[in-house]
Design a protein around this ligand. Structure first.
Ligand code: DAH
Length: 402
């Protein structure tokens, strides 16, 4: 028996001492010990009996040992440690494959098959263990996380559409069903559209009731009504096509705020231009709108009025929905409630906006939206719409908070 002894110095200063001996049946015992930076770091004692039955025994030994160890795996950490111990870079199975180079040629095939077998067994066992542990952990988690359906639910704040918005949408869909387009106009408007083209020239007394906020000199202002959109739409139509439009939006006036006035409020404007349009068409249209808003038993009437952009002009009234005409505080004991101004479009306006009054006729109307909303929903102070008090919307919430 020859015992060989080797001492090597690795590039990173590790001293390696290897002892080995060769016997007649090619058994080699390797004893390897390492020192790192002078300190003994690891002692690897590997005995590999190569050749014949002894080699198979070694592989089987690792296999048996794994079977024993793997049966004790119950958690992920142990599983990962064992995976590294067997399949890691320096793992037991990996080390076995590295020995292939020392196996005599005639045994290489069998050795290779055996090592592969062990690797497959180790890999499959660890994979199925992993699945087992994961399922177990998930089940444990789920059983801990039981939902108690008898607990009261967390209340969800659902909110509600703004009341004015509700009225706008309601009126828009009504007029759309009658073939009207919904148009938007600018809130910052020119004097030209807000007044001039509506037959309200400078110095016209009717301008007094529509005093507003001026932004630049006396030409640019915050629109005092939605009527300027009439002029814009007519100019766009170039006197060539019939018009059916409604325009909801914000309007402004230099008013002191009180229960029925606000410096900012909303209107919905309507304009219909066609051939052979009369006041009767306006009456019919208003009747449909009033019944839609306040109920089928609502009666309507027109009272003569004055607006420079319509001729004739009317105030449109509905019978009081509260007292049914008998007289009450809502209708100020008159039995009637005024809800809009309207009239037949003044030929002068048609002319200025490019529509030939000999061919085209039209009617227009302007509802105060807050007024409609206040009447419809029993709100008695206009300022409530602009105070951002959410309690205002409470009765209209889709779902009440608990
Ligand atoms: N613009 C008017 C106002 O704010 C309301 C109005 C009256 C609109 C008659 C119209 C109309 O279109 O024909 O007081």
């Amino acid at each position: 028996m020859v015992i060989t002894y080797e001492f090597t110095l690795e590039p990173d200063n590790n001293k390696v001492i290897t002892y080995s001996y060769v016997t007649r049946d090619k058994c080699i015992v390797i004893y390897e010990s390492r020192w790192y930076h002078g300190k003994k770091f690891a002692l690897e004692f590997i005995v590999f009996l190569l050749g014949g039955i002894k080699m198979i025994e070694k592989v089987n030994e690792i296999k048996k040992e794994f079977e024993k160890t793997s049966s004790m795996i119950t958690d992920m950490k142990t599983l990962n440690d064992i995976r590294i111990e067997y399949l890691g870079k320096q793992g037991k199975v990996t080390e076995l494959s590295k020995l292939m180079k020392d196996v005599p040629n005639e045994d290489k095939k069998e050795f290779g098959m055996l090592v592969n077998d062990v690797r497959t067994i180790v890999t499959n066992t660890l994979d199925s263990k992993k699945e087992e542990i994961e399922t177990k952990e998930l089940n444990e988690k789920l059983s801990k996380e039981k939902i108690d359906i008898t607990l009261p639910a967390t209340s969800v704040k659902c909110g509600a559409p703004n009341i004015l918005e509700k009225v706008v949408e309601d009126m828009e869909s009504l007029f759309m069903s009658m073939g009207y387009d919904v148009i938007e106009g600018p809130e910052i408007e020119e004097d030209l559209y807000n007044f001039e083209l509506l037959n309200l020239p400078k110095g016209h007394p009717a301008r007094d009731s529509q005093d507003t906020f001026y932004l630049e000199g006396d030409k640019i202002l915050l629109r005092s009504h939605t009527s300027p959109v009439q002029a814009r739409v007519m100019l766009e139509g170039k006197g060539q096509k019939p018009i059916r439009m409604v325009c909801p939006g914000k309007t402004y006036r230099r008013d002191d705020d009180d229960a029925t006035h606000s410096h900012q409020f909303m209107q919905i404007e309507g304009l219909l231009i066609d051939e052979n349009v009369t006041l009767a068409d306006l009456k019919g249209t208003f009747d449909v709108a009033a019944k839609h808003l306040f109920g089928e038993d609502c009666v309507t009437r027109f009272r003569p009025s004055y607006y420079p952009f319509t001729e004739p002009s009317v105030e449109t009234d509905i019978s009081c929905f509260s007292c049914k005409g008998k007289g009450c505080p809502i209708c100020k004991n008159t039995g009637w409630i005024t809800i809009s101004g309207a009239g037949v479009v003044n030929p002068k306006v048609l002319q200025m906006c490019g529509y030939d009054p000999k061919k085209w006729h039209g009617f227009a109307f302007g509802f105060g939206l807050e007024r409609v909303a206040m009447l419809k929903y029993g709100i008695n102070d206009l300022r409530a719409f602009y105070l951002t008090d959410l309690r205002q919307n409470k009765p209209f919430d889709r779902k009440e908070d608990k």
